[in-house]
Design a protein around this ligand. Structure first.
Ligand code: ADP
Ligand code: MG
Length: 258
């Protein structure tokens, strides 16, 4: 069986430069300050899991990285390049980042294979044959090659999310952002999606994700970041943040979700 491709192929590899660096990022919606001088680094091949109550700013942070939200202050650097510079081409930045949300990720009117190959063909101008070869390889990796010509609504929610994740990899992004990708799934389907993410980590992907799956975070995260009202109040290896949290708010949160 072929491995899922590492997500960072073709990128000038300077391991000293973090894939993502957020420096003093501020984001407001009116009077609501959602990110409060937040700084965060994600290094190559690192899996960073964000935990935090609903409304703590996890999705806004991920959307700011993908330039779906413009930050009000601070900088976001992608492999050393300041992507918050207004002269930066947002589409070119987004082409370097893979994103999967909680739900509605696939285009319902496209086959599974076309979903997986669309960005490679349309954004990266990869020839159809080459894109489809990689697309089939990715689908084979998740055991869905035989479903390539079907439409997404024929697949289970877990299968759809796994397709969405390999689709995000088809363009070999530098960074993969996953926002509660299992939250909308039937509990019996959560495991297959988490297993795939674990496999991506082993193949070297660089991942920043938000999840409420504490068990998964404990097993797979290199670092856990705990957000509270737009601030990182605690971060470190899961063995410290999850098993021995220092902050009362982290303890309260964990007591509620565990
Ligand atoms: P989380 O993902 O941790 O649940 P969010 O980033 O979704 O948190 O939300 C953080 C805060 O930002 C919340 O108070 C939310 O109401 C607010 N917010 C998020 N998106 C918008 C928006 N587009 N307009 C106004 N307020 C928003
Ligand atoms: Mg969210």
């Amino acid at each position: 069986m072929s491995a899922v491709r590492p997500s960072d192929e073709g990128v000038p590899a300077d391991p000293a430069v973090p894939v993502l660096e957020m420096r003093g990022v501020v984001k407001r919606f009116g009077d609501n300050v959602v990110l409060r001088r937040l700084s965060l680094e994600v290094r190559r091949h690192e899996v960073v899991v964000m935990l935090g109550a609903s409304g703590s700013g996890k999705s806004t942070l991920l959307r700011a990285v993908n330039l779906l939200e413009r930050v009000d202050d601070g900088q976001v650097l992608l492999s050393g390049e300041d992507i918050t510079d207004p002269r930066v081409d947002a589409d070119a930045v987004r082409a370097r980042i893979g994103v999967v949300f909680q739900q509605y990720n696939l285009f319902p009117h496209l086959t599974v294979l076309d979903n997986v190959t669309l960005a490679a063909r349309a954004v990266h101008h990869v020839a159809r044959g080459e894109a489809e070869a990689l697309g089939r390889e990715l689908l084979a990796r998740i055991g869905l090659e035989s479903r390539a010509q079907e439409y997404p609504d024929r697949l289970s929610g877990g299968q759809q999310q796994r397709v969405a994740i390999v689709r995000a990899l088809a363009t070999r992004p530098e960074l993969l952002l996953l926002d509660e990708v299992t939250s909308a799934l039937d509990p019996v389907l959560v495991g297959e999606v988490l297993d795939l993410i674990g496999e991506l980590k082993r193949s070297g992907s660089t991942i920043l994700m938000a999840t409420h799956e504490i068990g998964f975070a404990r097993e797979v995260a290199d670092r856990v970041v705990f957000l509270d009202h737009g601030r990182i109040i605690e971060q470190g290896p899961p063995s410290s943040v999850i098993d021995h949290p220092g902050e009362p708010r982290t303890r309260e949160f964990l007591a509620r979700v565990l």
